[in-house]
Design a protein around this ligand. Structure first.
Ligand code: CUA
Length: 210
């Protein structure tokens, strides 16, 4: 059977296109360090986030072996920490973020970087990054999560390792006193000092009490 030269060319070009398309999709999926939120970070009962040994007191942890962990809880419509206070991270150290949601699916996207994860109830999303310079990054929720989704934002503050150590030390102290305060005032007035950005007072107060 004789196949015309143009016909062969046309078939070859079509096959080449298909290979090209599949390659770009494959590269996009695995090339730039993209992965699904999987079970590496572990699982968690979204109703018991406040009883989890780490997520009950989210925030930065001390540097150990040149590595620091940061725990962040997402909820409608804030990151804790992140929204009411920055997420502090040390410069020049590997930082592993551990994140979970206690209500619906949220996103955590650090503006101007490729740091980006979904935050899924029941799953603990983790990723490890290193910041070379001190400074501030904006964080936005990039999964539609409800009426005030567009207000769900926060900041990451990259500080020197010394300053970070101070913050971690103070963080423990602050948490203790805050917990005490809330216990005594719960039921009389709703507390206040935590929420500024998004007006979700009820949720912020509930966090403190827990
Ligand atoms: Cu949280 Cu959108």
């Amino acid at each position: 059977m004789e196949i015309h030269r143009f016909e062969k060319l046309w078939v070859a070009a079509s096959l080449l296109l298909i290979v090209g398309f599949v390659s770009t999709v494959a590269y996009g999926a695995i090339g730039p360090g993209v992965s699904m939120v999987d079970d590496r970070g572990g699982q968690i009962d979204p109703d018991e986030v406040d009883q989890h040994p780490e997520f009950s007191d989210p925030g930065p942890r001390a540097i150990e072996n040149g590595q620091a962990d940061v725990y962040v809880v997402a909820y409608q419509f804030a990151f804790e920490p992140g929204s009411n206070e920055p997420i502090y991270v040390p410069r020049g150290t590997e930082v592993t973020f551990h994140m979970t949601s206690r209500d619906v699916v949220h996103g955590f996207s650090v503006v101007g970087t490729n740091m980006n994860t979904m935050v899924i109830p029941g799953q603990i999303a983790t990723f490890t990054v290193e910041f070379d310079e001190t400074g501030e990054y904006a964080v936005v929720c990039h999964e539609y999560c409800g009426a005030a989704h567009h207000t769900m934002a926060g900041t990451i503050q990259v500080v020197s390792q010394d300053r970070y150590a101070e913050i971690v030390a103070n963080d423990g102290a602050t948490t203790t006193t805050t917990a005490g305060d809330n216990t005594t005032t719960a039921g009389t007035t709703s507390t206040n000092d935590t929420t500024t950005a998004n007006g979700s007072n009820d949720i912020a107060v509930a966090t403190g009490v827990n």
